[in-house]
Structures are given as C-alpha cells and as structure tokens.
Design a protein around this ligand. Structure first.
Ligand code: AMP
Length: 195
C-alpha cells in the first residue's frame, strides 16, 4: 500500500496509525532521509541540501535507498510506503521492484487538503519541531512540486483503478477511522476498533 499527500496533510501520522492497524511495516522515505541527516551519513549529507531547499532528492539516490529497504525481511509480507513514489520515474522503478517480488500494489491512498490550510499547519509545525524545511518559501516550493510532479503519480494510480482519496483535514482519529472503513471494504481486512 502507498500513502501520498501534500506536505502537511498528515500522511506520516496516518501512515503510522494505519500500518499499525494493518500489521504492516511502515516505510517513510522522509524519515529515512532525516535519520541519515542526523547521523551525518554520506546519504544524509547528500540529501540534506535538497531537503533544506524543499527539493526532491534525486531519483537515483532515492530509488536505491527504497530498493535496499524493500529487500529487508520485515517487508516481505507487505508494506506501507509513505512519501514514495513522488515522481513518474519513481513509479516506474517501484513497479520494477514489486514485479521482481512477484507481488502487486493493492491500494494507493491519497490524503487531500487545501493549500492555504497546509501552509498554516506547516508554519505551526515549524514552531513546534523546528524542521529546517518548514519555512514559508520552502513550504510553498514543496507544494509546487507536489502539484507539478506528484499529482501525475496520483493520476497514474487512478488510471489503474487502485486510488482511494480521503480528505486529510479533520481530527487525526476521524481521518484514520474513515480510511480504515474504506480499506475494510476494499481489502476485506477486519478493522481493529478502539485503537
Ligand atoms: P517528507 O517527510 O515526506 O515530507 O519528506 C521530506 C523531504 O525528504 C522531501 O521534501 C524531500 O526533500 C525528501 N524526500 C522524501 N521522499 C522523497 C522522494 N520519494 N523523492 C525525493 N525526495 C524525497
């Protein structure tokens, strides 16, 4: 399963909650990059300059990182990818990885939200977390990339008939419950209540 949404749509929070309920490994490319930046690894040093500018880390770097992560043992029974793919080239690459596993994508969840709402949310988050890519110019650039590149990714999955769109504005629990009831119908998985 994939979760796609503009910056500030709550995809990281929802990915964690949904993956826990479905018993899937959650993989966030943004989190892996941030951990590498913190650890000052070669990957982190390379990624940081793009992240700070709100740009995408180059596909070649990101694709290899995802390929390595998806070869680990904990994802062999399924995974939820958060924040990947974001470009058409990444879609092609992911198709290739998944075909190599003789597997398929079941569902792509898109969280939607209005741009101005997202900017307000992210400026609030900047004050709490001090994330270096949460200032207004960088936020607007990340939103432009989302509209300019990632929406084409979403359109590809819509054409394949596996896209589910959910409004990301609302209470955290409300959004999770809405997503879970859709997934229950779609994937025929039982929803665990009260978590
Ligand atoms: P996120 O936490 O998902 O908002 O990601 C934070 C930053 O990490 C993004 O603004 C990009 O610089 C980088 N990043 C995360 N995922 C990708 C991806 N799939 N492709 C390129 N860059 C990415």
């Amino acid at each position: 399963m994939l979760i796609i949404g503009p910056p500030g749509s709550g995809k990281g929070t929802q990915a964690e909650r949904i993956s826990e309920r479905l018993g899937l490994a959650a993989i966030s490319t943004g989190d892996i990059f941030r951990a590498n930046v913190k650890g000052e690894t070669r990957l982190g040093i390379e990624a940081k300059k793009y992240m700070d500018a709100g740009d995408f880390v180059p596909d070649s770097v990101t694709n290899k990182m995802v390929r390595d992560r998806l070869s680990e043992a904990d994802v062999q029974d399924g995974f939820l990818l958060d924040g990947y793919p974001r470009t058409t080239a990444q879609v092609v690459y992911l198709d290739h990885i998944i075909a190599g596993k003789d597997d398929k994508l079941d569902v792509v969840l898109q969280l939607t939200a209005d741009d101005e709402e997202l900017v307000a949310r992210l400026l609030g988050r900047a004050q709490e977390t001090g994330r270096s890519d949460d200032n207004e110019a960088v936020i607007r650039h990340r939103l432009d990339l989302y509209h300019g590149q990632t929406e084409a990714v979403v359109a590809t999955y819509a054409e394949r008939g596996i896209l589910v769109r959910v409004d990301g504005i609302g209470g955290i629990g409300e959004v999770t419950d809405g997503v879970m009831s859709i997934l229950e119908d779609l994937l025929k998985v039982p929803v665990v209540n009260g978590r």
